[in-house]
Write a protein that binds this ligand. Structure first.
Ligand code: SIN
Length: 288
């Protein structure tokens, strides 16, 4: 399908496109909406510049794509449960939110469709975000490993990141802009296919990430670890990635079903402040 209402400029060979000719603060007509869905399916993560969105407009445009997630563990913006404030202050050193390759909230039974991250304040340099194409991650594996992975499921849990012990040992609630809650609920687990079929494109994507996957279903953690570590590293090979350089008022919309992302922590001593709205997804499946 060609694009009539929006301009689409690919950013890298693997994924990512900048979208022009659109004001996300205005209500999207049906044609523009379907072109945006198409662009997301074609490019996996899409970027917008110079958007001027109130929290209500940000929530409004995200809601066009589905119901909205209220984060299980991150304290939300006062008055707006759908928004989490991704903040790193100049005093916080050595850590940031999202500074490890992952897909969002995959411990849920129905993990996110995607997220819209909107830049309110950016550092003078650094603080870019990287994205990795998980279709390519699957397609570039050998046929033998692909076949084995098609028969496997993985256990996802927030425990290593959001349990009381994890939050306390990082000193997060004392030191950081992002605060956590509900840590006692971090024991939840969900089982998802290791390779999922994207409901919109029908393509197969690798669906494991190093933050939430604990083990393969029916395997011990020790048995799972070597293969998982191989997959985590393979999934984010440089040629599967793109890198987005933020400016104030930029917005990134990633498809959480076929990408991973990584917030680069190279701006200690500077402030970076973003609003994230996450769109709920459906239960991952692998089509026969
Ligand atoms: C996230 O993982 O949602 C945060 C990404 C970023 O701040 O760039």
């Amino acid at each position: 399908m060609g694009y009539q209402r929006i301009e689409v400029r690919p950013l890298a060979g693997a994924l990512g496109a900048e979208i022009g000719g659109i004001d996300l603060g205005r209500e999207l007509d049906n044609q523009t909406f379907s072109e945006l869905v198409q662009a997301l399916h074609d490019h996996l993560v899409v970027f917008f510049r110079d958007q001027h969105l109130t929290p209500e407009q940000h929530i409004g445009v995200a809601r066009r794509f589905g119901g909205l997630d209220v984060h299980d563990f991150v304290v939300h913006m006062p008055g707006h449960p759908e928004i989490i404030e991704v903040l790193k202050t100049p005093e916080e050193r050595g850590r940031n939110f999202g500074g490890v390759w992952h897909s969002d909230v995959t411990y849920q039974e129905q993990p996110a469709l995607g997220s819209m991250l909107y830049a309110k304040e950016v550092p003078a340099f650094g603080g870019d975000t990287m994205f990795a194409n998980q279709y390519l991650a699957f397609e570039t594996l050998s046929p033998g490993l692909q076949k084995m992975l098609l028969g496997l499921k993985a256990v996802h849990s927030p425990s290593a990141t959001y349990s009381e012990e994890a939050v306390r040992s990082r000193g997060d609630n004392e030191l950081r802009g992002v605060k956590y809650t509900n840590a006692e609920k971090a024991g939840m687990e969900s089982v998802h296919p290791v390779v999922r079929t994207h409901p919109g494109t029908g393509r197969k994507a690798l669906f494991v990430n190093g933050v939430f996957v604990r083990r393969f279903e029916g395997w011990s953690e020790a048995e799972s670890k070597p293969l998982l570590n191989f997959l985590f590293a393979h999934a984010v090979r440089p040629e599967f990635t793109c890198r987005f350089v933020w400016r104030k008022d930029s917005l990134a919309f990633w498809d959480n079903r076929c990408t991973q992302h990584f917030a680069i922590n190279d701006y200690d001593g500077h402030r970076r402040y973003m609003h994230r709205v996450t769109i709920s997804g459906d239960r991952p499946f692998l089509a026969a």
